[in-house]
Design a protein around this ligand. Sequence first.
Ligand code: ATP
Length: 235
Amino acid sequence: MLKITDLNTHYGPIHALKGVDMEIGKGEVVSLIGSNGAGKSTLLNTIVGIARSSGGRVEFMGKEITNSPPHTMTKLGISISPEGREVFPALTVEENLRLGAYTVNDKKKIADSYERVYQIFPRLKERIRQSAGTLSGGEQQMLAIGRALMCGPELLLLDEPSLGLAPNFVLLIFDLIKEINRQGVTILLIEQNANMALSASNRAYVLENGKVTMSGDAKEIANDPRIKKAYLGLG
Ligand code: ATP
């Protein structure tokens, strides 16, 4: 579904992605793990055109989309829930969700999307008229993911969904991610919480200093002694 070949991204003199190759098949949950500054967010941002690649290729469903502008992504079927959530604090839950469907004109489709989001996140339904700024961190994360689902994406990119959440919320968010995938959405998950990410994924890539240093079955990666030591706090 998504094929990335020899992708490079520079920020001025900083070479943030150094020839990244990655493939994601339809229906998979793939996680991308790596330490601070490895280039994880840069990879997501380059896929969706927020950062500009200086070389390489991104293909989605067989079509080249390298450096396509961000506003074209939802129409293609790609949606991103950015790091730091970025919900609009003064707007209500419902208004924030509506913004996620700004490219959709069909009223029935929008109504169905609200229903789907409220079915996955009943807590949001209970808070429809509450301003997003008054939600808890975990609820804001749900809102950011819900907003990304409002355009009915085929591929959902999640940047650090568990960041800053209390442990019980982390478990809940990962359960909900699995539920979203069960409903047919392919997911690329960026996480510093490698443990949770690997347990929720089919496959994983490890990014270090702008390069993929390991990839494979998520269970195998979780059992790799180097990964255990560097990312799982074990060994
Ligand atoms: P984190 O988990 O801390 O966000 P990350 O793996 O997502 O880390 P990136 O945010 O992609 O890493 O950063 C990769 C490198 O690119 C870092 O050295 C960072 O300082 C640099 N970088 C990221 N964004 C920019 C930018 N807008 N301008 C200049 N340099 C940037």
